[in-house]
Design a protein around this ligand. Structure first.
Ligand SMILES: *[C@@H]1O[C@H](CO)[C@@H](O)[C@H](O)[C@H]1NC(C)=O
Ligand SMILES: *[C@@H]1O[C@H](CO)[C@@H](O)[C@H](O)[C@H]1NC(C)=O
Ligand SMILES: *[C@@H]1O[C@H](CO)[C@@H](O)[C@H](O)[C@H]1NC(C)=O
Ligand SMILES: *[C@@H]1O[C@H](CO)[C@@H](O)[C@H](O)[C@H]1NC(C)=O
Ligand SMILES: *[C@@H]1O[C@H](CO)[C@@H](O)[C@H](O)[C@H]1NC(C)=O
Length: 921
């Protein structure tokens, strides 16, 4: 019986199949429905639009793949815009529907718990809105990001910041998982990619009221930085921009950069909102517009009108494109996965008291396979190629848009390989850089990214109140108005520097009285934020620069010492000897004697004045020789040979004596000024006091150098001079150490009595002081350089310190050397040669004339000595004879007083002499 019934049914079934024909095939391969959950916030436009987009994707997918054996059945749940509601929606889907996958449009915060659930139940969650890098597929195997992580856009932002050279950026972000997640990436990218600092982070509560937004914006307004990166959900972001516009922060000088959370929504904004966002630069992933997208847009709007008749349909944003692609990818993976419809495996109900509702959820057996299938999915989606890398979508390029009018126009692109470019072409990289940007406040130039802090307030600049050296800084109080007037070299330099800056800086000087105690105190005021800067003679020191920022130095640098100079030879009774060295004295003496001898030797025979007894002859000879020194000799010279030798000798004497006079003159006037202290070791004695300037860091330096010294402080150049002239013994000092600029000022006033000696200790000169990290410093330093390199600095220095050439440097005149023998060597050579020649000629003549007698006289003598004596005698005798005969001949030669040299010419006299001598023969 049973068999019969079975046969009948099978026959009937077969018949039915045959009868039904084609239709029966469809029926037989009825696709299996696969449950897929959708969690989104149905209360928001984004939720509604995404739901439409997902439904369209599933419909489109099966329209294109009608022979697929699976059909995705969507189960939509409302997340209600909260973490708890989203989690309970997920639990409900997993528990009751046993969905095989979840597509969600959750925020990063909401997604967090859902992702935990997914991990537990091994149900892949595909999320196209949770962009926070804090939630990463790398750590959650069942979390897949069908959108681009927020961290992908930070290199593009860094490239933008670098392109415009901004050095400081303040992130303004939402206090949420989404807002804070990107921050570490942003800070790192700015530091590494753009050398930009993040001096401050502005946190805005997710549900901040307008008052709270205003409070935060006011805080930003008082700060230096003017470049803001706004990272928050679009609703909050747009509200922030509206408030900023109200407060005047959409004005020239400000830079607003919006991350793609806001940028994606710009196209949906009303005119009021875009009006408030003029000049905002937005970053967004680059999605190439295509026919596919415009076709989708049209269908999307039709479908949206049907789904949500009450709402105004708009063009889909990137999120809708990603939602579409995500749903497509899930549908595709579902088809590829085997056993897709098997039920969840639940743990044995053991009555275990620990087991909770969550424990009983079970595990999806096909979860892992489905996850892998989604990950491996590759297709050309609406938003470009759909391809997950490590579980998340990657973006090949980012686009910068600039809100101008009611739209956001593209101003450039960024790719990891080519950086910024004006256009994006697939083959070659477009021209580098960006298109012209509309800046907030319609500013003409690129904002420099920072402003002197404080809203319209002036820079408070401390200036030292000095009690001396007021060429540097001088604070005067006008007795009538009681207003303080600050002038000086440092002030002039600073004002010239500020004038050089490409922007205006307004400031006021505030005299700081305690600076005379220590300049460290003054510099610390900037660190303590009591002042915004110090302008004055503040020396750049390593120790000070730990707390503050110094500009480049604007003066020369170094510490040296001044000491009095005194004439050390004033009381020397032998000073007349000093002009010539001993060598020269002795050498000159020798030449006097030699010349005297030559004159005597030649004149002795023919000149009665050189005759007589031996003492007489010696006396005459020496008297003659030394009287040439003052050209007061009275003896007549009879021989032309002597006359010639003596004329040359006169010439030498003239030069020697005038050199001596000049040298002695200089010695008696400037030459003997010498510093009283020649080097530092002379100061290293207990009785010696050393001076320094009030408040100067030199005090510390001296304490290190001289351990036992008594140090004394002075303020004015007048006190310097007084103390130095007194000396340590009388309560003054022996030396004063100070920086070279002050010493120069001092010396220009007290040029004659003091000098700078000793080694120069290097310091870095004077610089202006700003707080650490101040943006003004690089610009001021550049301006200082351009002023020092130009003529301006010279003019300022001349105006305050006078002409440096007014005081000749004395050190060159100190210790002018005595004249040496070498300096007159040439002269002595000439006179020596001439005298020797004259002597030789004379001897030759003598030997020639007396040859016979000489022979006779020498022949009679046997020894050499005796022969010499005989020759000398002959010389002496002949002499006497010739003189005797001369006296007889003209009688007048004998008296020196009766004859004048001008009587007869040398030539005549010479021939006469010759004739007479020959006649006497
Ligand atoms: C569906 O049909 C296409 C051709 O129209 C074929 O290439 C594909 O393999 C079919 N898929 C299945 C699951 O039968
Ligand atoms: C995911 O689940 C596995 C075990 O199923 C666990 O080892 C892992 O820690 C979980 N991961 C997260 C991020 O919770
Ligand atoms: C802004 O838009 C106006 C009109 O569309 C255009 O003339 C102007 O050049 C744009 N400004 C910039 C900086 O692109
Ligand atoms: C002075 O003497 C002390 C020791 O007495 C020594 O340490 C110091 O270096 C000396 N200073 C100078 C400048 O010579
Ligand atoms: C030296 O310093 C002391 C205290 O630092 C100060 O009272 C005094 O006026 C200074 N002397 C001069 C001459 O300035």
């Amino acid at each position: 019986m049973e068999f019969l019934i079975l046969r009948f049914f099978s026959f009937f079934f077969f018949f039915l199949l045959w009868f039904a024909g084609d239709d029966a095939v469809v029926w037989a391969a009825q696709p299996r429905a696969v449950d897929v959950g959708v969690i989104l916030n149905s209360g928001t436009m984004v939720g509604k639009r995404s739901q439409t987009s997902i439904s369209m994707a599933v419909d489109d997918f099966y329209a294109g793949h009608s022979n697929y054996t699976t059909r995705v059945a969507l189960h939509v749940r409302d997340s209600g815009g909260g973490v708890v509601a989203a989690a309970s929606a997920a639990v409900e889907l997993l528990k009751n529907v046993e969905v095989k996958s979840i597509i969600s449009s959750l925020t990063s915060g909401e997604a967090e718990f859902v992702v935990q659930l997914a991990n537990k139940t091994q149900v892949p969650v595909v999320c196209f809105s949770a962009t926070s890098p804090a939630l990463s597929p790398a750590h959650n195997r069942f979390f897949l990001r069908a959108t681009i992580s927020d961290s992908a856009q930070v290199p593009a932002i860094a490239a933008l910041v670098r392109h415009f050279g901004w050095r400081q950026v303040v992130p303004v972000y939402e206090d949420s998982n989404y807002g804070a997640g990107v921050l570490p990436y942003l800070v790192d990218a700015l530091r590494d990619g753009a050398d930009a600092r993040v001096p401050y982070r502005s946190i805005v509560g997710s549900a901040a009221s307008d008052t709270e937004l205003d409070r935060e914006l006011y805080k930003l307004m008082t700060m230096e930085t003017r470049v803001f990166v706004v990272h928050m959900v679009s609703d909050l972001g747009v509200r922030l921009f509206r408030r900023a516009n109200e407060l005047g922060m959409m004005a020239a000088g400000y830079v607003w950069i919006a991350t793609y959370g806001i940028t994606n929504a710009i196209d949906l904004l009303g005119v009021d909102d875009t009006e408030a966002m003029q000049g905002v630069i937005g970053v967004r992933p680059y999605i190439r517009t295509s026919e596919k997208i415009s076709d989708f847009s049209a269908r999307f709007k039709r479908r949206f009108r049907i789904d949500h008749p009450a709402d105004e349909p708009t063009d889909p944003t990137f999120y809708q494109l990603w939602a579409y692609d995500a749903a497509w990818a899930v549908s595709m993976a579902v088809e590829k996965t085997e056993l897709i419809n098997s039920a969840f495996r639940r743990p044995e109900s053991s009555g275990n008291s620990y087991s909770t509702d969550l424990d009983r959820l079970g595990v999806s057996p096909s979860g892992l396979a489905l996850r892998d299938a989604i990950s491996a999915g590759r297709f050309q989606g609406l938003a470009g190629e759909f391809r997950l890398l490590n579980g998340e979508l990657i973006s090949p390029a980012f686009e910068f848009v600039n809100v101008n009018g009611s739209t956001a126009g593209s101003i450039g692109y960024w790719t990891p390989t080519n950086g910024l470019s004006k256009q994006l072409t697939s083959k070659t990289s477009g021209p580098a850089g960006l298109m012209p940007v509309l800046w907030p406040g319609y500013a003409g130039a690129v904002p420099r990214g920072w402003e002197i802090p404080t809203n319209g307030k002036k820079l408070r600049i401390a200036v030292p109140v000095k009690h001396g050296f007021d060429q540097f800084v001088k604070v005067e109080t006008d007795p009538t108005t009681n207003r303080r007037h600050v002038t000086g070299y440092c002030i002039d330099v600073f004002e010239a520097v500020v004038h050089e800056l490409p922007y205006a800086v307004s400031f006021e000087y505030i005299p700081f009285e305690d600076s005379s105690q220590s300049y460290d105190l003054l510099v610390d005021q900037v660190f303590l934020r009591n002042f915004d800067a110090v302008v004055g003679d503040t020396t750049i020191l390593a120790r000070r620069s730990e707390h503050v920022e110094f500009t480049m130095p604007f003066t020369e640098s170094g510490v040296s010492m001044i000491v009095p100079i005194r004439g050390s030879n004033d009381k020397n009774i032998w000073i007349f000897l000093l002009p010539l060295t001993t060598e020269l004295w002795l050498g000159s003496l020798c030449f006097f004697i030699f010349t005297g001898f030559v004159v005597w030797a030649i004149e002795h025979r023919g000149n009665t004045e050189f005759a007589g007894d031996l003492p007489n002859q010696l006396g005459t000879t020496f008297y003659f020789a030394f009287s040439t020194l003052v050209f007061s000799h009275k003896e007549n010279l009879t021989s032309n040979l002597t006359r010639f030798a003596v004329i040359i000798w006169f010439f030498v004497v003239l030069i020697l004596s005038s050199s001596y006079t000049a040298s002695l003159t200089s010695m008696l006037t400037v030459q003997q000024l010498q510093p009283t202290v020649a080097d530092m070791s002379q100061l290293n004695k207990t009785k010696v006091n050393i001076g320094y300037q009030d408040g100067s860091f030199v005090q510390g330096m001296l304490q290190e150098m001289f351990h036992v010294q008594k140090l004394k402080n002075y303020s004015t150049p007048g006190q310097y001079a007084e103390a130095l002239l007194k000396g340590s013994a009388n309560g003054g000092v022996d030396a004063i150490f100070d920086e070279i600029p002050y010493l120069k000022v001092f010396l220009s006033e007290h040029c004659t009595d003091f000098t700078m000696v000793g080694p120069t200790y290097k310091t870095d000169g004077f610089g202006f002081v700003f707080p650490l990290g101040s943006s003004l410093v690089p610009d001021i330093s550049r301006a200082i350089l351009s002023i020092t390199e130009g003529e301006k600095m010279g003019q300022i220095e001349k105006a305050w310190f006078g002409d440096p050439s007014n005081c000749p440097s004395q050190s060159n005149n100190l210790n002018s050397p005595s004249l040496t023998f070498q300096s007159f060597g040439g002269l002595f050579l000439i006179t020596g040669t001439v005298s020797a020649l004259a002597l030789l000629l004379f001897l030759a003549k003598f030997i020639y004339q007396e040859w016979d007698e000489l022979r006779a006289a020498t022949r009679r003598q046997s020894s050499m000595w005796k022969k010499m004596v005989a020759v000398a005698k002959l010389y002496h005798n002949v002499d006497q004879q010739s003189l005797a005969s001369k006296r007889e001949d003209n009688g007048s030669v004998g008296s020196p007083y009766l004859s004048t040299p001008s009587d007869t010419s040398f030539g005549d006299r010479r021939s006469d002499d010759m004739a007479e001598t020959l006649q006497a023969r």
